[in-house]
Design a protein. Structure first.
Length: 84
């Protein structure tokens, strides 16, 4: 079990663009990713044919640097740019 003071659980500041999707921070990276998936599933943004791809809506395009579609591995890299 992870210690509560691990770097993974450290609360991070969330950018305004990302806060529009996951809510205002600060929150740990794990919580950001969890809330991001809740949003993606609620808005039905997962690609029907290739479930690893996310089809961005207007809010996610801001987070994804304007990209319309990203894969889930690229998503975490793009989201990290919105955390400090």
């Amino acid at each position: 079990m992870a210690k509560s003071n691990s770097a993974f659980m450290k609360p991070l500041t969330v950018s305004e663009d990302l806060a529009a999707v996951v809510g205002k921070g600060p929150m740990p990276r794990s919580e950001v990713v969890k809330k991001l998936w809740v949003y993606i599933k609620k808005e039905n943004l997962q690609d029907a044919k290739n479930r690893r791809n996310i089809n961005a809506d207007a809010n996610l395009k801001k987070v994804f640097g304007g990209k319309a579609t990203v894969n889930m591995f690229e998503m975490t890299k793009l989201v990290s740019k919105h955390l400090s």
